[in-house]
Design a binder for this molecule. Structure first.
Ligand SMILES: NC(=O)c1cnc(OC2CCCC2)nc1N
Length: 336
């Protein structure tokens, strides 16, 4: 059956309604600027569910009604990352950061100021999302950097993860990397509910996010308040990326991803340190846990010439904040 005839048989508003809902999701999650109320959004979703129940053949994998799969998995499959997911070198003082900047300049044989992209370091679970021709085909944990776990069913339930990329100009193969985390408010509500129902409490939002992603039943994951923030690109094919990391983040936002609003470009390492101070002062007021700031050489050409030391890039460093109040760590198997 040709696509044309497929849609000929259904009222055209099913596809149009789907696109309208996806547009409102884009405005809500990527632009943080919704045009309709949550109640109106829910009414549109209810309408789509009714129409798809009437015309089941019209359902597409990227329909917003298809986020929660049915059958729980018996186990997670292993995914081999086409490009290793790297870890980050740490800095614990201004001196460490200045030394990092000096190493970058020495390596580049340049005394020029280095421009840095400055990002909050979200305290969640690193994840890889693979898109082919704009459709989400795979979600995986970082694992050991080379082998991760296939959690596609679970990432599909997270509303800030687009099932289909928005807009255009994206490469035919695009691997987006980011952090899945649980905002503080969602964590507190989840634990409040667990207290009432006598279920296990989570120690902190990171553990709660890891526990929620580790569920073999996606219906449980679907009920957890998880968000995903994109912060880099891995494997790319069939297209070019912008020349700076900050413009890659802008492109990811235009394609429908949540990117962190605190992100800024520092002209040099001294502005980077000022950014670290400023975010450090507002850390407790942020809606999510962070454990530092990630500084990345903004020029992707310079990133390529700097390369990596074994598993950590020479072009990026995490400047950590002092650990917050130590919580009694319950034994809990976690995703890396
Ligand atoms: N937890 C974060 O928020 C975070 C982690 N990692 C990175 O970038 C790494 C990825 C590959 C080299 C630099 N950025 C982040 N914002």
């Amino acid at each position: 059956m040709s696509t044309l005839s497929l849609f000929d048989d259904f009222p055209p508003d099913i596809e149009q309604l789907r696109q309208e809902i996806n547009y409102h999701s884009y405005r809500y999650y990527a632009l943080d600027d919704p045009q309709i109320t949550d109640a109106d959004y829910d009414r549109l979703m209810q309408r789509l569910r009714e129409l798809e129940a009437q015309y089941p053949a019209s359902i597409t994998p990227d329909s917003p009604t298809q986020r929660v799969g049915a059958a729980p998995l018996s186990a997670f499959q292993t995914v081999v990352h086409e490009m290793p997911m790297l870890s980050l070198d740490n800095a614990f003082s201004d001196e460490d950061l200045l030394a990092f900047n000096q190493r970058v300049q020495d390596r580049l044989k340049s005394a020029e100021d280095i421009e840095y992209a400055c990002e909050v370091k979200l305290d969640g679970i690193a994840v890889s999302l693979l898109y082919q021709n704009g459709l989400l085909v795979r979600g995986a944990t970082r694992g050991d950097g080379t082998n991760g776990e296939d959690i596609t069913q679970n990432v599909r339930t997270i509303k800030s993860i687009p099932l289909r990329l928005h807009g255009e100009g994206f490469p035919s193969v695009l691997e987006v990397r980011g952090e899945i985390y649980m905002p503080k408010a969602g964590f507190n509500a989840l634990n409040e509910n667990a207290r009432i129902t006598g279920e296990k409490l989570f120690v902190n939002p990171r553990n709660a996010a890891a526990g929620s992603l580790r569920q073999l039943d996606p219906r449980i994951t679907a009920n957890r308040p998880l968000e995903m923030c994109a912060y880099s690109v891995g494997w790319v094919d069939g297209g070019e990326l912008p020349s700076t990391h900050s413009n890659v983040l802008a492109a990811l936002k235009s394609w429908g991803f949540l990117t962190n609003r605190e992100t800024q470009v520092a002209k040099n390492i001294h502005e980077a340190i000022a950014f670290y101070r400023r975010i450090g002062e507002k850390r407790d007021a942020l809606a999510y846990d962070i454990d530092g700031i990630v500084f990345k050489v903004n020029s992707r050409k310079l990133q390529d010439s700097l390369g990596f030391i074994s598993r950590a890039p020479r072009w990026a460093i995490a400047y950590k904040f002092p650990a917050q109040e130590e919580s009694t760590l319950l034994l809990d198997v976690e995703f890396q």
